[in-house]
Design a protein around this ligand. Structure first.
Ligand code: ATP
Ligand code: MG
Length: 506
C-alpha cells in the first residue's frame, strides 16, 4: 500500500487488539480503537466540507485525539498542518493566510481570539481540547466525531500527493512550509523502524511535542509502522518521565531531555537497564552529554540528524559504534554529499562544506515559494540543507553548524562549533554559543556568549583560549548570560543572541 494511513496502521491492525497509545491518566487505545476513532474524525472532517488536498491546520495541545486528528486528516485525503502551540494570534494569522486551510482547529477557549484571523483566511474554526487523555469528549470537533460513524472508506491518494505541510522551526528566519508527500513520510518511517529495530514489542516514552517532525513523524510514524505502542505524556516532565520509564522500552529526545535527566539523581543504571534505545536529535548533543549519560547508565544515546524538509537523513548505527559528537551515517536510500557552498562542487572527505541530500525522504518543495524551492535544489535533485558538515575517514558525518551561522572575519571562515567546543572545555563553563557580529574593520567579529557555573570574567575565557586556537578565531568579546535562549525543540536561537549583542563591537 502507498497510502500513508494504510501504511501506518496496517501492521498494527493485523492484531487490532494490540495497544497503540496509553496516557498518564490510564486511558488506552488499541489499533482497532484508533482505526475507529480515525473513522469518526474523518467523517466529521468530510462533514465540514473537506476535499482531497485541503489543509487541516491545528494548533492544539498534545492529546490522543490530536494524534487521531492527524491520522483522520490523512485518511480523509487532507493535508495535515500542525502549528506550534506557542504561536501568537498574529503568527497564526500569518500561517493561516499562507496555508489557506479549509479548517482550523484550536484549543477550546482560544477560538474567541483566533476566529477573526481564521475566518479572514477562509477557514472554518473548530475546537479540540485535551480531554481525550482522560477519555472525555472535549471540543466542538470531538463532539462532531463522537456522533459520527465508525465506518469510513479511506480516500485514495497517490504516493506523490501531499500528506502534510510542516512549518520549519524558524531558527534561521521566517518559518517555511515544507510540503511532505505520502511517500516521503511512509518510506522514512518504514526505514527508521527497520534501522532502529522497532517491533510490536516496543513501547516508546513519548514526551516530544507533536507539532514538529520529531514527535509527529519520527516518533509516531515509526512506532506505528512497527505496530508498537506509545506512552503519551503531555510534555517533558521529569517526574512523569521517571514514573513511566519502567514501562517503556525506548525514548526519543532532544538534547535538553538528556541534560535534564542527567541533573536528576533518579537517572541510574538500574532505572534504565531495561531500556533498548535512547535517541537524540533536533539539535546537537554535546559529546560530553553522550559520555556522561553512558557513564551513569551504561546506555549509549543514538544520535541522528534530520530536518522538517527531509525527515531523517543520517543515524548512528544500531549495532556498532555510536560515535559521540557525530550524527552517524547516511541512512539506507539517502544519498549525502559535502559540497563547496559557492560552487556546489563535491569536496573530499574530511573537508567542511555544505551537506546536500537526496532520497525518497526529501520533500516536494516549500509551500507557495517556487523560487525558494528552486534555489535550494541542485540540478541533479540534491537538496541543499543549509547545514555545514564533514565526513570522517570512517564515514561518520558531523554537523559543524548552519551555513547562516558561519562567521567570516577579516576574510577568514570561523566555524562557531570549533570555538564553542574550546570554550566548553574551559573549567567552570557550562555551555556557550559563538556568534558573528558586525565589526567596522573585520566585517564580522567573533563573540562568545557563555554560561558559567560561577562568577567568571571575560579575561578568564580569553586567556584560556590563547594558544589553543588561532588568534583570528578567538572571541573579540565574551559576554556572560544566565542561560542560552532555546526554543521548544532545544535549539539555541542564535538570531536572538545576534539581535541582543549585535552592537557590541560596532
Ligand atoms: P528554520 O529552517 O526555519 O531556520 P530549523 O532548521 O531549526 O528552522 P527544523 O527543520 O526543525 O527547523 O530543524 C532542522 C535543523 O535542526 C537541521 O537543519 C539542523 O541544523 C538541526 N539538527 C537536527 N538534528 C541535529 C543534530 N543531531 N545535530 C545538530 N543539528 C541538528
Ligand atoms: Mg531549517
Amino acid at each position: 500500500t502507498n497510502h500513508l494511513f494504510n501504511g501506518l496502521t496496517g501492521p498494527g491492525l493485523a492484531k487490532p487488539q494490540r495497544n497503540f497509545v496509553r496516557t498518564a491518566c490510564g486511558l488506552s487505545l488499541s489499533y482497532g480503537d484508533t482505526e475507529a476513532a480515525a473513522a469518526r474524525y474523518a467523517n466529521a472532517l468530510i462533514g465540514l466540507g473537506l476535499e482531497p488536498g485541503d489543509r487541516v491546520a491545528a494548533q492544539v495541545d498534545k492529546s490522543v485525539d490530536a494524534l487521531i486528528l492527524y491520522l483522520a486528516t490523512i485518511r480523509a485525503g487532507g493535508v495535515f498542518l500542525p502549528l506550534n502551540t506557542a504561536y501568537t494570534a498574529a503568527e497564526i494569522g500569518y500561517f493561516l493566510g499562507d496555508a489557506e486551510p479549509r479548517l482550523f482547529v484550536c484549543a477550546p477557549g482560544k477560538d474567541n481570539t483566533l476566529s477573526a484571523v481564521a475566518t479572514e483566511a477562509g477557514a472554518i474554526v473548530e475546537t479540540l481540547g485535551v480531554g481525550s487523555n482522560e477519555g472525555h469528549v472535549d471540543g466542538s470537533l470531538a463532539q462532531k466525531a463522537a456522533c459520527a460513524s465508525e465506518r469510513f472508506e479511506t480516500v485514495a491518494r497517490d504516493p506523490d500527493d501531499l500528506a502534510a505541510i510542516l512549518y520549519t522551526s524558524g531558527t534561521t528566519g521566517r518559518s517555511k512550509g515544507a510540503m511532505l508527500t505520502h511517500d516521503n513520510l511512509l518510506s522514512n518511517a518504514i526505514m527508521l523502524a527497520d534501522f532502529w529495530r522497532f517491533t510490536e514489542r516496543d513501547v516508546l516514552l513519548h514526551a516530544l511535542p507533536i507539532f514538529h517532525t520529531h514527535g509527529l513523524f519520527v516518533a509516531t510514524n515509526t512506532l506505528m509502522v512497527a505496530g508498537g505502542s506509545m506512552i503519551v505524556l503531555p510534555k517533558f516532565d521529569l517526574d512523569a518521565v521517571f514514573a513511566h520509564l519502567p514501562d517503556a522500552t525506548s525514548m526519543m529526545g532532544v538534547p535538553t531531555f538528556y541534560t535534564r535527566m542527567l541533573d536528576d539523581e533518579r537517572l541510574t543504571g538500574d532505572a534504565t537497564a531495561h531500556m533498548r534505545l535512547f535517541t537524540s536529535g533536533s539539535a546537537p548533543l554535546l559529546a560530553e552529554t553522550h559520555r556522561a549519560f553512558e557513564e551513569r547508565t551504561g546506555q549509549r544515546i543514538l544520535e541522528r540528524y534530520g530536518m522538517t524538509e527531509t525527515n531523517m537523513n543520517t543515524s548512528n548505527p544500531y549495532d556498532g559504534e555510536r560515535r559521540a559528537g557525530t550524527v552517524g551515517f547516511p541512512l539506507p536510500d539517502v544519498e549525502l554529499r559535502i559540497t563547496d557552498p559557492d560552487s556546489g562542487n563535491r569536496l573530499p572527505d574530511g573537508e567542511i562544506g555544505m551537506i546536500e541530500v537526496k532520497g525518497p525522504n526529501v520533500f516536494k518543495g516549500y509551500w507557495r515559494m517556487p523560487e525558494k524551492t528552486a534555489s535550494e535544489f541542485r540540478d541533479d535533485g540534491f537538496f541543499i540543507t543549509g547545514d555545514l558538515g564533514e565526513i570522517d575517514k570512517d564515514g561518520y558525518v558531523s554537523i559543524v553548524g548552519r551555513g547562516k551561522d558561519l562567521i567570516i572575519t577579516g576574510g577568514y571562515n570561523v566555524y562557531p562549533k570549533e570555538i564553542e567546543l574550546a570554550i566548553d572545555a574551559i573549567d567552570g563553563v557550562v555551555e556557550s554559543a559563538v556568534i558573528g557580529v558586525p565589526h567596522p574593520d573585520f566585517g564580522e567579529a567573533v563573540v562568545g556568549v557563555v554560561v558559567g557555573r560561577n562568577e567568571m570574567r571575560e579575561a578568564d575565557i580569553q586567556s584560556a583560549l590563547d594558544g589553543r586556537i588561532a588568534r583570528f578565531k578567538q572571541p573579540k568579546r565574551v559576554v556572560f548570560v544566565e542561560e542560552l535562549p532555546r526554543n521548544t525543540m532545544g535549539k539555541v536561537q542564535k538570531n536572538v543572541l545576534r539581535e541582543e549583542f549585535g552592537n557590541i563591537l560596532a
